[in-house]
Write a protein that binds this ligand. Sequence first.
Ligand SMILES: NC(=O)c1ccc[n+]([C@@H]2O[C@H](COP(=O)([O-])OP(=O)(O)OC[C@H]3O[C@@H](n4cnc5c(N)ncnc54)[C@H](O)[C@@H]3O)[C@@H](O)[C@H]2O)c1
Length: 567
Amino acid sequence: MTQDAQDQESSHQSDSTHQSAGWQDRCIVIVGMTGVGKSTIGTHLARELDRKFVDLDQYIVDNTGRAVSQIFTEKGEAGFRQLEAKALAECLALGADVVVSTGGGAVITEENRTLLTQGPLVLWLQADLDDLVHRTSHEAERPLLAGNARGVLQQLMSDRDDWYRQVADLSIVTTGQHIPDVVKTLSSLIRTADDRTGSEREPGQVLMRQHDQDGAGHTPLIVEQVQLDHGRSYPVLVGPGARQELAALIPDGVRRVALLTQQGIDVAVDPGVDHQVFMVETGERAKRMSVVEDLARSFAQWGMTRDDLVVAVGGGVVTDLGGFVASTYHRGIKVIHVATTLLGQIDAAIGGKCGVNLPEGKNLVGAFWQPTAVICDTETLLTLPSREYRSGLGELAKYHFLGEPGQGQPLDELGLAERVAACVRIKADVVAADEREGGRRAILNYGHTLGHALETASAERDQGVYGIRHGEGVAIGLVYAAELAKALGRIDQARVDEHRRVVQGYELSTALPEGSDCEALVQLFKRDKKAARGITFVLDGPNGVEPVGIQDEGVLLDCLHRMNKSE
Ligand SMILES: NC(=O)c1ccc[n+]([C@@H]2O[C@H](COP(=O)([O-])OP(=O)(O)OC[C@H]3O[C@@H](n4cnc5c(N)ncnc54)[C@H](O)[C@@H]3O)[C@@H](O)[C@H]2O)c1
């Protein structure tokens, strides 16, 4: 995504205004593709919120005495849609008594879309194509899908996704999710929005956002749920204004919240309980043991107990530090990350790794400490210095090559918030499979071996001043990893070109920085902390991206020379 795209997003974001009244009277409507789980989530959510569950198709059947297929035969689709619009209007009039689940095609007509954007809270459920094919394959009464379910579903998704997006307030991917956890997050968000109505405090009220007149540029709040083992999970909220939902994520029993942040990060948050702001210095220097001690002592002097919580508002430095202090204070208290850099949102805040630096090296003291929740408010990225944003784009480029083939939408096709959410999902999937970095998690280092070497080389040359930002190094590292994979016969030229296209698409360099010393870079590969047993590169190949041991240093050097524009 270019700076232009970022600017465009910002103009869209300023379009979304917020309503403050009448929430109690609103009904909740669930939209999404056939087979996505609307009835299951609707039933659970209705129970949780003490509402009645209404299946819109069943409502039509009950009121007409005819099966949906019979109505289609007798009156055609247009006739059915008329009945559907009438039924929808009747259900909306029931207000907060109901949770309504619609048929997959309910967003097709303008009449229904207008109804949906005028009153209810609309939840858009999504699932990966493979998942939809699997879920609908067991259902005999879907004649539309007979023969070529995958092709039909794919076409329907591409036809309808923009309409779903237009009407939705919240968007949730159900693939791989433990439904009760998703419902718990949703009901907590909805209840807190309820509580706010009529109160004097009027934060952005993301859940009750007005829709733009034509629906253009509207971005639903996206709810991701990171699943861990032993039934643990936590929500990640993504989208413009998501920070307004912080209070909904504060667990019961928390009396005090320590807000950790830095000068220059002008992101106001309100946890809804007693809180105090703790400022830390900017830059890597903040990630040191003496800062941990200072913070812990300040927490103790303020009277924070083991039931209280840290909210880290900032980039990877603040979330790494905040997570680590939380992991040790009182032997571990809860932490919520409000990530305010692109790198923080798609990487540092997700996955539970946290820590501080020692003079002997980066991140040498740390912990695995999973947050209670993460907020990725894309609005906060608007104040990010452009160099920091570009650095995040390097990590974003990496995710283009990590997703499972056939799952999710290609990142290229998504807007900023959805792209961030897709990266969160990919990282969450990897973390779920390998929470403590035993194996698979290594793929998250795709592009990083050369990236780290370039960072170190530039730091050594500039005596500690980083001439190249982390993500810029990763971007070059991705292209290098592709060249290496091709030289080893793992991928073809077209795939190398794909890497170059993605990196260039983010306006990042694909060549080594001017004056790079290729021999010195190979020596740095050997010093990489992840290279304990010889040089290992994460490389693309027939099985996707995976760690590969490299025996032949010559090939490393050859590929570097090829990318060295100063030679
Ligand atoms: N734990 C993990 O899994 C993980 C993963 C990747 C990186 N990291 C760590 O993350 C750190 C780098 O994070 P980063 O790139 O976010 O850098 P950072 O946290 O230093 O933030 C970059 C700069 O942007 C400022 N800033 C942050 N948000 C802003 C906003 N919204 N508006 C204006 N200014 C803002 C910060 O104050 C800082 O000066 C490193 O320490 C790295 O080790 C951790």
